[in-house]
Design a protein around this ligand. Sequence first.
Ligand code: SF4
Ligand code: SF4
Length: 387
Amino acid sequence: MKNFVKIVECSDYNLEATYKALKEIVNFFEGPKKLFKNMKYVAVKINLLKPAEPGEAITTHPAVAYAMCRILGESGIKPLIIDSPGTGTPYTRTSLERVYKQCGYYELFKNSNFELNYNTEFTEIKVPDGKKIRQMQIIRPIIEADGVVNIAKGKTHAFTQITGAVKNLFGVIPDMYKAVYHAKMKDINNFSDMLIDVCDFVKPVFSLIDAITVMEGNGPSAGVPRNLGYIIGSSSVYAADYAFGEIINLNINNNPVLLSASKRKLIDFNKIKINGDYQKIDDFKFADTAAVTPDGHVDPSLFFKIFYEIFKRISDIKPCINKNCSGCAICKKACPVGAIEIINNKARIDYSKCIRCYCCHEMCNNKSIDLKKGVLASMLEKFLKRK
Ligand code: SF4
Ligand code: SF4
C-alpha cells in the first residue's frame, strides 16, 4: 500500500476522537500488527521545533502522539517519543524537559506507560546511497529502534514552502549539526536532496501529518494557526506530503522537496491514491518568501543559472529585526553562519554573511524578525496573485 494515503476528519484534539481517527488510519493500512510486524520498540518522531504551547501549531500536538502510543502499546510495542528541537534549542536533558513541558507532552505522558526520550547521545552513521550527504550525525533512538513512526505538524515554511512528513525527519539530526547543513546547502534543490537522503536513511514505517490545526502564513513558527480538521497517514512520507499539499492547494511545482523525490523516482505523483474526503483550501496563505521561488526548482541551463542569480539578488527577501527584539540571542545561536550579533540588547544581522536560510526567523520566540521583500519581490507577488 506504498502509494496510498488515508485522510480522516478529526475536528479537535479531544483524546478519544484523536485516538479513533488514528485507529481508522492504521486499520486502513491493515492494522498495527501488520504495519509494525516483528517490532518491539518503535521511535515516535514528533516535531518539537522549540518550546511552544500546543495551540500555537508550531509543534506536533501531544494528543496525536499519545494516540499513536496507545495504538502501539495495545499491540505490545514499546513506543518512545523522540525529537531533537530546532537549532538554537540545545539537545540536552534540561532543554528537552523544558520543551516537553511547554509543548504539553510532560503533563499528558507523566502518568502513562509511555516514555519521553531524555537520552541525548548521537552517533555518526554512513549514508552510502546519499546524493548530498554520505555521513551524518543522528540521534541514538533512531538507530536503536526497530522502526520509526514519523508524526509531523502540517505547516508552511519560509524555505521549503511546507514542513510536513519529509522535513520532519530533519529533526533526527542533533541541534547545531542541522545548522551546518543549512550553511552548506544554501540552494533549495541541494537542501531538498539532503532532506531526502535523511528520509531515505531513516525509512519511517509510517508517516502521519497532524493537520487538525496547521500553521499558515510565515511558518514554521511565526505564522498563524488554522483549523483544517484532518489527520493524514501513509506508508510513504512523500505521499503524505503530497496529500497535505493537495488539501492546502500547493501547486506541486512549488514543492521543491517532492520535485526532488520525484526526480529520484522515489514517488510517482500519478500513482498516489488518496482515500478519504477532504476540501481543498483555496485561500491558504503561504510564507512571504513563497511567491518568488516557484521557478527556483527547474534544472537550469547555464543561461538560466546566470539569469536566476541576478534575479535572486534583486528579488531578495531579507530577515529584518523589528522593535520587539529583546536581545535574547536565540537567533544568534541558531544562525549557521554567524551572521548575527547582539549589540545594545538588540540583534543585528550582517547581510554580507547571511545565506537567507531563515533559521533565525524560525527560532525567534518574539516574532521579532520580519521577512522583508525587495521591490521586485513585491511586484512579482502581486503579479502571481492576480494570475
Ligand atoms: S530577534 Fe528574536 S531571537 Fe533574536 S535576539 Fe531578538 S528577540 Fe531574541
Ligand atoms: S541571519 Fe538568519 S537568515 Fe541569515 S543566515 Fe543567519 S539565521 Fe539564516
